[in-house]
Design a binder for this molecule. Structure first.
Ligand code: MTE
Ligand code: MO
Length: 413
């Protein structure tokens, strides 16, 4: 006969199970006697995959838990280098439960390699030079919640962006070691995560970048983040990291990279995924698939990380305001803020990036003339002269690349 460790023969929680749960919760389950037969307290429901929230800051906001999609409110992103507990999570499938680090392999294959080659983690660490870069990873859907009419997908506000410090080897060094054919045009990654249905035949996500971007100095195959092993949620033990492009190109739980002789056609590379209309469309209009193009470098953008929206300041005090600015493959040249809804702009101090493709810190001390409600709007301009728009940029059916100015509200009392 099957003996449940949790339920007695009538299906009610055993006293021993209840005692364990009480100590795990650190408080008693007040109406435990009234829990119907066969019911577990929600806090102990088995989750679909490892719960990543145990290692996240308590103010992170969960948009979805199957799969996990979690973003940071803007004020949590105040650090120059994003700590793991404040880093957004964007999963398309389930976090792998078993990672065999000792036997983990990276295989490079595809039509355009001379011959496939496989490396262990220690091969990678021993055979190639190690580099560390701070790299911006922004989900292409960051800001989607700002589009009108609303588009399908996770309603990210501003916090699906991070800039951590990644350590690994250059993908271009690995590719040179493998040997490529002349017809190589694209790479595509494969990771170990499972589809939410747990059906291993269903692909989750397999995206990539043109060979030129893959061979940039900053494109890494990384095993460390912020000086430690990459956290499980963010791709342990190996991850492709492609700064400045949709973060969907930075494959987590990486085990294979295919070098392709055509545009990679893995899951979420085709159809309308991570694509925008070639020609501007009227909001709400969804053109046919052949009129879309793949998103490459992300547009210029900035965040106000201090003060947090809703802050109150006293009349006469100067208000220190700061944040970050970044742009796909380029650098931010000038940073402005406005306190009068964009009528006039003041130039901020702006730091150079730590390295190419890192975000840049900006700050300014503001004086606000009288008591009342204000908004601070932040606007970055890149080194090609391209500015963030003050209002909603070109609407698109999948809701990508919203780089409208970030706004916060302040009260002077
Ligand atoms: N294997 C795998 N890699 C992945 C994903 C995924 O679901 N599976 N999501 C991608 C997307 S859409 C984004 S935005 C980033 C999110 O990275 P993060 O969760 O480490 O912040 O990972 C990318 N890499
Ligand atoms: Mo994403």
């Amino acid at each position: 006969m099957n003996q449940s460790p949790l339920f007695n023969r009538r299906g009610f929680l055993k006293k021993s199970a209840l005692a364990t749960m009480t100590s795990a919760l650190g408080t008693q389950i007040v109406f435990a006697k009234s829990l119907p037969a066969g019911y577990l307290p929600l806090a102990f429901e088995p989750l679909a995959d490892p719960n990543p929230m145990v290692s996240k800051h308590k103010d992170m906001s969960v948009l979805n838990d199957k799969p996990w999609n979690v973003e940071a409110p803007a004020h949590l992103l105040d650090d120059a280098v994003t700590p793991a507990d404040k880093m957004f999570i964007r999963n398309n499938g389930l976090i792998p439960e078993k990672i065999d680090v000792t036997n983990w392999k990276l295989t490079i294959n595809g039509e355009s390699v001379k011959a496939p080659k496989t490396y262990s983690l220690s091969d990678l660490k021993k055979r190639f030079k190690t580099y560390t870069y701070q790299l911006v990873l922004e989900c292409a859907g960051n800001g989607r919640a700002g589009y009108v009419p609303q588009t399908a997908g996770n309603q990210w506000t501003d916090g699906a962006v991070s800039c951590a410090e990644w350590t690994g080897v250059r993908l271009k060094d690995i590719l040179a070691d493998v040997g490529l054919k002349d017809d190589a045009v694209y790479i595509g990654y494969y990771g170990q995560d499972l589809h939410v249905s747990k059906d291993p035949t269903k692909p989750v996500i397999s995206r990539g970048v043109p060979i030129k971007k893959a061979q940039e100095d900053e494109t890494l195959v990384a095993w460390a983040m912020n000086g430690q092993d990459i956290p499980l949620t963010h791709g342990h033990p190996l991850r492709l990291v492609v700064g400045g492009w949709p973060a969907s190109t930075s494959g987590k739980w990486l085990h294979t990279i295919a070098v392709r002789n055509k545009v990679h056609d893995g899951a979420k590379m085709t159809g309308k995924s991570y694509r925008v209309p070639i020609n501007p469309v009227q909001p709400g209009v969804d053109p046919p698939e052949d009129q879309f193009r793949i998103i490459e470098a992300m547009p210029v953008k900035s965040l106000i990380t201090f003060p947090r929206t809703g802050a109150t300041v006293e009349l006469g005090q100067s208000v220190p305001v700061r944040g970050h600015a970044w742009v796909g493959d380029r650098a931010v040249k000038t940073m402005y803020v406005s306190t009068d809804f964009g009528a006039t702009w003041q130039e901020c101090k702006l730091k150079a990036p730590k390295n190419r493709l890192a975000w840049q810190q900006w700050n300014i001390d503001l004086k606000l003339p009288q008591k009342g409600y204000y908004e601070i709007w932040a606007r970055a301009v890149d080194d090609a002269g391209v500015s963030q728009p003050m209002v909603m940029p070109q609407w698109n059916p999948e809701g990508y690349c919203n780089n409208a100015c970030h706004r916060i509200a302040l009260k002077v009392v």
